[in-house]
Design a binder for this molecule. Structure first.
Ligand code: NAD
Length: 321
């Protein structure tokens, strides 16, 4: 199938491109390269460098490609920027999203899979949350993800397509941009490899659900390929495994120590530093992937140690270049 992947030059989007190619599909990427890079893409994948906010150009691309499916990953990703600049957040995450959904409907796209977010929808939860837990977004970013799901449901119902929202937990892995605020694993890897002490905000006891990027990409491919009975559905994509930030930091260090022993690389590992807690950070966020297992046949393939091993190795290779 022909698939337009918005944000396909970014972290998760580029793993989706890889998964689609491996499964015999033909991806086309729309990305403004604001945080993504063409280096994340395999050679030969068509890349349209365009901002989602340019509605008429988005329509032209859809008319040129005429995709069967769409994977909508591109977004303004920063919760704190969404608080500082709610208009910009909505321009990209709501109006940009509408440009994509409206163009998709105009050319007869059969299914759109949308990158939503578990944490920002469910708020502070101490047990793994199911999809019917009431959404209560508190940031403009969270509100825009919720609105995006509602628009997808509308387009699916009214414009003869199917919509699938995937509510990701905390995604990590190779190619994650360490300059964003979401990628704590990427930040830890990059800092430690540079011999600098990463800062843990607060007491480090904040619980998160970490899921490996290529596993999330597989969930996206399955969400496109699966037979689904309804016009719209939402699935959590996470592991339901609680990990606090102190444990995460120590797992990253363990993997770096193992890599140092195996490869004989020079590496001074500083201790972690603690800084003030960030306003608005959730104490706990976990999602249950039971529905994704039942309806999409998806389950995470990598546990945290396996995923971190791959991630640390990738960041070490980047640091050596
Ligand atoms: P990323 O920054 O690596 O990818 C986003 C991509 O979108 C980048 O390539 C960027 O250049 C592109 N982009 C941004 N604004 C654009 C615009 N106006 N026009 C065109 N392209 C634009 O981030 P990611 O972690 O790969 O996130 C992908 C999606 O997953 C996002 O929608 C994000 O909200 C969602 N998500 C991510 C996480 C996580 O933990 N990483 C968790 C929940 C949801």
């Amino acid at each position: 199938m022909k698939v337009i992947v918005t944000g396909g030059a970014g972290f998760i989007g580029s793993h989706i491109v890889d998964a689609l190619i491996a499964r015999g599909h033909q991806p086309f990427v729309i990305d403004d390269l604001s945080s993504g890079s063409p280096k994340n893409l395999p050679q030969g994948v068509p890349l349209f460098v365009t901002d989602l906010r340019q509605g008429s150009r988005i329509r032209e691309i859809f008319e040129e490609v005429r995709p069967d499916w769409v994977s909508h990953q591109a977004a303004q990703m920063s919760v704190s920027r969404s608080v500082r600049e709610p208009v910009f957040d909505a321009e990209v995450n709501v109006l940009g999203l509408l440009n994509v959904f409206d163009s998709a409907a105009a050319v007869g796209v059969k299914r759109i899979v949308f990158a939503s977010s578990g944490g920002v929808l469910y708020g502070d939860v101490s047990v793994p949350t199911a999809e019917d837990y009431p959404a209560a977004p508190i940031s403009p970013y969270g509100i825009s993800k919720w609105v995006g799901e509602k628009y997808l449901e509308f387009f699916a119902r009214e414009r003869g397509m199917q919509g699938v929202a995937l509510r990701y937990a905390n995604v990590y892995g190779p190619r994650q941009n360490p300059h964003g605020e979401a990628g704590v694993v990427a930040i830890f890897c990059q800092k430690l490899l540079a011999g600098q002490a990463p800062i843990i905000n607060g007491d480090g006891k904040y619980i998160r659900d970490y899921v490996y990027g290529p596993d999330v990409a597989l969930a996206n491919a399955l969400a496109m390929e699966s037979t689904l009975p309804t016009h719209f559905d939402a699935f959590n994509i996470g592991t339901a495994t609680p990990t606090d930030v102190n444990q995460l930091a120590s797992c990253v260090r363990d993997q770096l120590i193992a890599l140092r022993a195996q490869e004989g690389i020079q590496l001074n590992l500083p201790e972690m530093n603690y800084g003030p807690a960030r306003a608005g950070d959730l104490r706990s966020s976990l999602v249950s992937p039971a529905r994704a297992a039942a309806h999409l046949g998806w389950k995470p393939g990598f546990d945290l140690a396996q995923g971190l091993k791959e991630t640390v190795r990738w960041f070490a290779t980047q640091a050596a270049q």
